[in-house]
Design a protein around this ligand. Structure first.
Ligand code: HEC
Ligand code: HEC
Ligand code: HEC
Ligand code: HEC
Ligand code: HEC
Length: 658
């Protein structure tokens, strides 16, 4: 054995296996879905002092290897073998060109460890970062199923790319720290699915199917394509490593999902929304189309290395692409779990950003992508092949700016238990802060102090392309106003947000059965303006259970520019007192303040908007459930310091005439 043993033996094996492998990789796609593999990247047998790695991928071939342990931190390669039997997608360990690799699960007497290995030469590998953990599923993003591939496949070429100014605009890493990439790992989602299952056990199948459709779309779609039964979420469901759709699920809303959404019927119509996107099937994997925004792209590299054909299609730049999942209605039931809705027309409009946008001025000027995917120019969009020089403008960064600072920070803080891959979410969190800061404009006008009465109006302009807040109904925006006297002493305050996320004097945060109305005039500290959507069940009672929600008791979320509250379709109509508030219109709302008994000559008024991903009342309702996933999420939520985000503030001084 000499120093080149590893590469030599691998090379020889490649020759031997070449013929077999063609047949093999074809079978792989199908096998991936059906086998129930034995789950460990590697197993350590102390009695033999041997580490066995059953599935190694090296230059597109599969091997098995045995290594012997050399204390304290080295391993020696003993034998490399033809990979016999079936290959499980999740257990594959890819060896990189520098011969380094990562083992995300080393099984040692049923305790799991992770470690990185790098090659030192002479068949010796150095062990790095050995830790007692089950996570770090980097290798698990490198999988292929019949219809999809993991983001790790695309990372071979769509990483390490820069724009004309030299700024890194790598696609896979930008995407990996977004909520969409982590839609299945999201502990809030997991807790809510558990809670919905608890509350309506008779609709188990509907809940499983609906909730995974957009949050684990590749798993859901592949199971449908294989005519497999609806996959569960918990126990042996998609969150379990034993589940054949686990890797597809954990890759979230990924590359080969969005880029394969078909532009044909029912795309762009209501029948194609609520997760009813279509992914086409093709006779061979290479014919599968990856739709993109550019014409005349080089197709060979992707056909050869990713088994997809990239092709231009205008629909990828349209808001309708996003509407596939960002306009959704859900069925509702009575307390026994009988479904009362008869079809999409009378289902609950759970999230309607696309319809809101369609009924705003932005439908003419800005797509979702233009606000949520920042632009760059002068980008060579692939790092491979090396000769590629074509530079593209109007490149869309995959940072998918959102508002969910809370959950991004939780994903970062609980990486280990949640199995989160990327380590640094700071730029996504910063992006969310920036987006929120620019989402509204505040102005105080007509401020007067006369006859011991302080009067002013607070005007709020919505700068978003849809309602503010939009999306999931746990979101809310609180108007916090403080009036101080000359000594800085607070003499009036409404909308004070506590560190537990509750809002002082807010009805909904005091008891489950009540909520605060929309206000035109605020003259008491017990009145709090909150822009929010409050759900009601079929009997008109407040509900925070998605499957019970029929419609909204209150929806005074700020309207986008151009939105006409009289003429818009029912599903996005304003609900409650805001309907008759004449200055609650497309683009803005004004609140009049009239505060009595003001003895001083001068006051300062400070107004700010506070955004919450998960309002206190919604949270408390969820936390009343007894389940592991719920209490785990409660712990994370309670410990978070990012429950509330300031969206911008304004301060003015007012003096009386005498
Ligand atoms: C049609 C697609 C779709 C379906 C079906 C769907 N969701 Fe969602 N869900 C979304 C989108 C899009 C968001 C993000 C909206 C936002 O950020 O405002 C979301 C957000 C959420 C959130 C908030 C997550 C967070 O981090 O703040 C929870 C909880 C959730 N969904 C639970 C569910 C449950 C439970 C089901 C099944 C009953 C379900 N979803 C079905 C698309 C869907
Ligand atoms: C949520 C849907 C979505 C996901 C997930 C997604 N993309 Fe995209 N991608 C788009 C859209 C939309 C565009 C074009 C946007 C535009 O130009 O307005 C795009 C553009 C691209 C482009 C052309 C260059 C550019 O950015 O303009 C490449 C290459 C690309 N995506 C690769 C990927 C890879 C690789 C992944 C996985 C890490 C991925 N995409 C994940 C929606 C998505
Ligand atoms: C071997 C390298 C390689 C791999 C692997 C790869 N791509 Fe590409 N990709 C390219 C090249 C090269 C182009 C064309 C660049 C050009 O002509 O400007 C491209 C173009 C694209 C485009 C733009 C198509 C258009 O018409 O606008 C998208 C979208 C895309 N790739 C997505 C993906 C996804 C998703 C994956 C993972 C399944 C992937 N790529 C894997 C090299 C690769
Ligand atoms: C004019 C720019 C603009 C356009 C166009 C736009 N958005 Fe937004 N979006 C924003 C801003 C600003 C926020 C942050 C404020 C908020 O949460 O509403 C946001 C937030 C969101 C959120 C998170 C909402 C929440 O609070 O949980 C989702 C989801 C979203 N947008 C989806 C979309 C979709 C889908 C489209 C296209 C139909 C779209 N956006 C079009 C600017 C825009
Ligand atoms: C396959 C379904 C699907 C498609 C298609 C899709 N999304 Fe999403 N998106 C989701 C889900 C699910 C979430 C919520 C993830 C979570 O919070 O757990 C989400 C979350 C987001 C967020 C984060 C919101 C926040 O509050 O931080 C943004 C921004 C977003 N999507 C933008 C887009 C845009 C823009 C498009 C179109 C280019 C798009 N999405 C297409 C499913 C989808």
């Amino acid at each position: 054995m000499d120093g080149n043993y590893l590469s030599e033996s691998l090379y020889n094996l490649q020759l031997i296996l070449k013929a077999q492998m063609i047949k093999y990789s074809f079978l792989l796609a199908i096998l991936n879905i059906f086998i129930n593999p034995c789950w460990a990247d590697a197993t350590f047998y102390p009695e033999k002092n041997q580490l066995n790695i059953p599935y190694i991928r090296f230059q597109e071939q599969f091997y098995q290897a045995n290594l012997s342990y050399q204390p304290p931190d080295k391993l020696k390669l003993e034998e490399v073998m033809n990979q016999a039997g079936e290959v499980s997608p999740a257990g594959i360990v890819p060896i990189y060109s520098d011969l380094s690799f990562h083992l995300s699960q080393i099984n040692l007497s049923n305790q799991l460890y992770t470690a990185d290995m790098s090659y030192l030469g002479d068949n010796i590998f150095q062990i790095h970062n050995l830790s007692e953990s089950v996570v770090n599923p980097v290798s698990r993003t490198i999988f292929r199923s019949e219809h999809f591939s993991g983001s790790g496949i695309c990372a071979q070429c769509h990483e390490d790319i820069k724009d004309g100014q030299g700024k890194d605009v790598s696609i896979v890493s930008a995407w990996s720290t977004t909520m969409m990439a982590n839609a299945t790992r999201d502990p809030f989602w997991q807790a809510k699915v558990r809670s919905e299952l608890n509350r309506t056990p008779s609709q188990k199948e509907t809940i499983r199917n609906t909730c995974t459709r957009c949050h684990a779309p590749m798993a859901n779609e592949e199971a449908r394509k294989q005519n497999d039964h609806v996959q569960g979420v918990f126990d042996s469901g998609i969150l379990s490593r034993q589940n054949p759709y686990h890797d597809l699920a954990m890759n979230g809303v990924s590359c080969t999902l969005c880029h394969q959404i078909s532009p044909n019927e029912p795309f762009g119509t209501e029948a194609g929304f609520s997760g009813n996107f279509v992914i086409d099937s093709f006779p061979t994997s290479t014919e599968r189309l990856i739709y993109g925004p550019f014409k005349n792209v080089l197709t060979r590299p992707m056909q050869n290395f990713a088994n997809f054909t990239p092709v231009y299609s205008a629909h990828i730049k349209s808001s309708e692409l996003c509407a596939s999942c960002h306009d959704l209605t859900t069925p509702y039931t009575d307390e026994e779990g009988n479904i009362l809705s008869t079809g999409p027309e009378d289902e609950f409009p759970e999230q309607m950003p696309y319809s809101e946008w369609l009924n705003s001025d932005y439908a003419e000027t800005h797509s979702c992508q233009q606000c949520h995917m920042q632009r760059a120019s002068g980008v060579t969009i692939a790092s491979q092949p090396p000769g590629l020089k074509t530079q593209r403008d109007d490149f869309a960064q995959h940072s998918f700016l959102g508002a969910n600072r809370l959950m991004l920070s939780i994903l970062q803080d609980y990486r280990e238990p949640l199995g989160v891959t990327p380590t640094d979410f700071s730029s996504s969190i910063l992006n969310a802060e920036k987006l929120l800061k620019g989402a509204a404009k505040l102005e105080i006008s007509d401020a007067t102090l006369e006859n011991k009465s302080l009067n002013f109006s607070l005007n709020i302009d919505n700068q978003a392309g849809h309602k503010l807040p939009s999306g999931y109904p746990s979101r809310r925006v609180i108007v916090h106003v403080t009036v101080r006297d000359g000594n800085g002493k607070t003499v009036f305050e409404t909308g004070k947000v506590n560190s537990d996320g509750s809002v002082a004097e807010l009805d909904s945060d005091q008891g489950a059965a009540q909520f605060e109305p929309h206000y035109q005039l605020i003259n008491s500290a017990t009145q709090v303006q909150v822009y929010e959507a409050i759900m009601q069940d079929y009997q008109g009672d407040i509900s925070y259970t998605l499957l019970r929600a029929k419609s909204y008791l209150k929806d005074n979320r700020l309207l986008p520019n151009g939105f006409d509250k009289q003429t818009v379709p029912n599903k996005i109509k304003v609900q409650g007192e805001a309907n008759s508030d004449e200055d609650f219109i497309g683009g803005s709302d004004s609140i009049q303040f009239a505060i009595q008994d003001m003895q001083e000559k001068e006051y300062t008024i400070e107004a700010e908007l506070v955004y919450q991903t998960l309002g206190y009342a919604f949270a408390q309702d969820l936390f009343s459930d007894k389940a592991k996933e719920v209490s785990r999420f409660k712990q994370m939520f309670d410990a978070s310091t990012l429950k509330s985000s300031g969206m911008g503030a304004i301060i003015i001084s007012v003096s009386g005439d005498k």
